[in-house]
Design a protein around this ligand. Structure first.
Ligand code: BES
Ligand code: MG
Ligand code: ZN
Length: 495
C-alpha cells in the first residue's frame, strides 16, 4: 500500500472510498463533516440518523456518494468521545475503515487525518499505522490469494503548511508498521522453514541492506565461548544453532548503547519433558522475540536514531533425540554459573542465560531489554493482550512503559521478588532452571537476572501477546509483531 498526502479539502478528495471520522455524542455534525454533508445534499446526516450511528469506537457505516463528490463512497468510522481520543482509538478506527474499503473492492482510498484534539502529526502517524497494521495478511502458502486490496492511501490535509510534519509522520507510521509486518511474517512462517539458519540468513540480509555489522557464531564458536546453557538446548536438534549479533551505529557520537535480546527458539517441542499436542501446536512462535529484534534492526537505518543498538539472538530448536539434553543434566553458562536442568521445557531462559552473559561481557551496554515468549504462567497472569515486564531498573522500566503506552502495546509490571530465588536452589549446581509452579513468570526472570551482571535490565515476557487465536483490531489472528513498535518508539525516544 502506497501512502501519500492529498492537499485538498475533504469534500474535494477523490478515490474509490473516502474515510472520515465521527465523534460520539455530538449534537450537530462538526466541521469538516458538516461541509461534506452539505456537498452530499444532507445525505450523510440522514444516513447517520437512520442508522442510529453514535460514533462509538469500532462503529462504522458507509454510503454511496451518487456522483455528488469526487469520491465514489464515504465510509464513516466512530472515534468515541472527543475528550477521550487516543492514538490507539485512531489506529483502530483507521484499521476498521480501511478494511471496509478493501472489502468494498477499493483500490484508491482517501482518509481524513482522523480526530482533531491531538497534534496532527501524531494523528497522521496513527492513521497510517492503523491502516497498514489492520490490513496485514499472511497468504504466502496459499494457492488462492485474496484480491489485490488497497493500493493507495492518501492522507487528506488541506493545510499545505503541515506538509513537512505530515510527511515525517507518514514515514514513521509506515516504517513502524512495515517492521511489525516483517516480524509477523517471520513468526507466521512455519518452523520447517524458519530454522536457526534461516534467522541467520535473515540477519545477513538485514545487515547487507542496512550496512549493519553482523557476527554469526556457529556451534563450535559457541563452545569456545563456553555457552553450555545455550548449546544444551540445541543438543537434541538436527538443525545447527546460530548465535546472532547485529550492530547499528549512529553516524554521530552515540549517546547510549542499548542491547535488545530476543528469544529465538524456532520450535519448542519441550525437549524430553515433551509438551502435550495442544501445547506444542503453536510453538513455531517461540522465536517471536527474535523476530521482533530483527525487525527493529531492519527498521533502524532509515530512522537513524542517535543510539548504538545491538541485537542478540541465540537461535536454536528445542527438540528430542538420542542427543537431547536430559532432565537432571548440569550445564555451565558463559559466565561460569552451573545450571541443573530441572525441566528441559524451560529452555528459553537457558538460551537467554548465555545471550545475556555474552551481552554483558562482550557488548557492555548501558541497558538491556529482552523480549521472550517465556512462560505460560505469564499468560495465566495477564492473558493474551498484555506482556509482563520485570526489571532491575525502575527508571528504565518507566521509559519502556511510556514507549509502550505511546504505541498502544500493553505491558504490566510484575515484581522481582528476591526470596523467590530460594525456589531455584539446586542440590548439585549453582541454580536450577525451574522453581515452584506459583509465580512462574517471576521465577523465570529471577533465574535470568543471574546473567545480567549489573547492567540495568528490562525483561518483557511476551508469551501472551506475541500470537493471537482470534482477529484483533490491528491485525488478523496469528502473529502480532508485539514489541516491535514499543522498541522502536523507545529507541527513537518518541513522545
Ligand atoms: N515457550 C514456552 C512458553 C510459552 C507457553 C510460550 C505458552 C507461549 C505460549 C516455554 O519454553 C515453556 O515451555 N515454559 C514452561 C516453563 C516451565 C517448564 C517452568 C511453561 O511455561 O510451562
Ligand atoms: Mg519450553
Ligand atoms: Zn519455549
Amino acid at each position: 500500500m502506497r501512502v501519500s498526502l492529498l492537499a485538498k479539502p475533504l469534500p474535494a478528495a477523490d478515490g474509490d472510498v473516502l474515510i472520515v471520522g465521527s465523534y460520539a455524542d455530538e449534537k450537530r455534525l462538526p466541521e469538516p463533516l458538516a461541509r461534506l454533508d452539505r456537498a452530499l445534499g444532507g445525505r450523510l446526516g440522514e444516513v447517520l440518523e437512520a442508522e442510529k450511528f453514535q460514533g462509538k469506537p469500532g462503529q462504522l457505516t458507509h454510503l454511496y456518494a451518487d456522483g455528488r463528490l469526487p469520491a465514489k463512497r464515504v465510509v464513516v468510522v466512530g472515534l468515541g468521545a472527543r475528550g477521550q481520543l487516543t492514538p490507539e482509538t485512531i489506529r483502530r478506527a483507521a484499521a476498521t475503515g480501511v478494511r471496509r474499503a478493501r472489502d468494498l473492492g477499493a483500490r484508491v482510498v482517501s482518509i481524513e487525518v482522523l480526530g482533531d484534539t491531538l497534534p496532527p502529526e501524531q494523528r497522521a502517524r496513527a492513521v497510517v499505522g492503523g491502516a497498514l497494521l489492520g490490513t496485514y495478511s499472511f497468504d504466502r502458502y496459499k494457492r488462492e490469494k485474496p484480491d489485490k486490496g488497497v493500493e493507495e492511501l492518501r492522507l487528506v490535509e488541506p493545510d499545505t503548511r503541515r506538509g513537512r510534519e505530515l510527511k515525517a509522520a507518514i514515514h514513521l507510521g509506515t516504517t513502524f508498521a512495515e517492521a511489525t509486518a516483517f516480524a509477523r511474517d517471520l513468526v507466521n512462517a512455519p518452523a520447517n522453514e524458519v530454522t536457526p539458519t534461516y534467522l541467520a540468513k535473515a540477519a545477513t540480509q538485514i545487515a547487507r541492506e542496512g550496512r549493519l555489522k553482523l557476527r554469526v557464531y556457529d556451534r563450535t564458536e559457541c563452545e569456545k565461548m563456553g555457552m553450555g546453557a545455550f548449546l544444551g538446548v540445541a543438543a537434541g536438534s538436527e538443525q545447527p544453532p546460530k548465535f546472532i549479533h547485529l550492530t547499528y551505529s549512529p553516524s554521530g557520537r552515540a549517546r547510549r548503547k542499548v542491547a535488545i535480546v530476543g528469544k529465538g527458539v524456532t520450535f519448542d517441542s519441550g525437549g524430553l519433558d515433551l509438551k502435550p499436542a495442544d501445547g506444542m501446536l503453536r510453538m513455531k512462535n517461540d522465536m517471536a522475540g527474535a523476530a521482533a529484534v530483527l525487525a527493529v534492526m531492519r527498521a533502524l537505518p532509515p530512522l537513524r536514531p542517535s543510539v548504538e543498538v545491538h541485537a542478540i539472538v541465540a537461535a536454536t530448536e528445542n527438540m528430542v533425540s538420542g542427543k537431547a539434553q536430559r532432565p537432571g543434566d548440569i550445564v555451565r553458562a558463559m559466565n561460569g554459573v552451573t545450571i541443573e536442568i530441572g525441566n528441559t521445557d524451560a529452555e528459553g531462559r537457558l538460551t537467554l542465560a548465555d545471550a545475556l552473559a555474552y551481552t554483558v561481557a562482550r557488548v557492555k551496554p548501558t541497558e538491556i531489554v529482552d523480549l521472550a515468549t517465556l512462560t505460560g504462567a505469564c499468560v495465566v497472569a495477564l492473558g493474551s493482550l498484555c506482556a509482563g515486564l520485570l526489571t532491575t531498573s525502575q527508571p528504565l522500566a518507566d521509559r519502556l512503559r511510556a514507549a509502550a503506552d505511546l504505541v498502544g502495546e500493553r505491558v504490566w509490571q510484575l515484581p522481582l521478588i528476591d526470596e523467590y530465588k530460594d525456589g531455584l536452589k539446586s542440590d548439585v549446581a549453582d541454580i536450577n532452571n525451574v522453581g515452584p509452579r506459583g509465580g512462574g513468570a517471576i521465577n523465570a526472570a529471577i533465574f535470568m537476572r543471574e546473567f545480567t551482571g549489573d547492567v540495568p535490565w528490562v525483561h518483557l515476557d511476551i508469551a501472551g501477546p506475541a500470537f493471537s487465536d482470534r482477529d484483533l483490531p490491528l491485525g488478523p489472528k496469528g502473529a502480532t509483531g508485539f514489541g516491535v513498535r514499543t522498541l522502536l518508539a523507545y529507541l527513537l525516544e518518541l513522545k
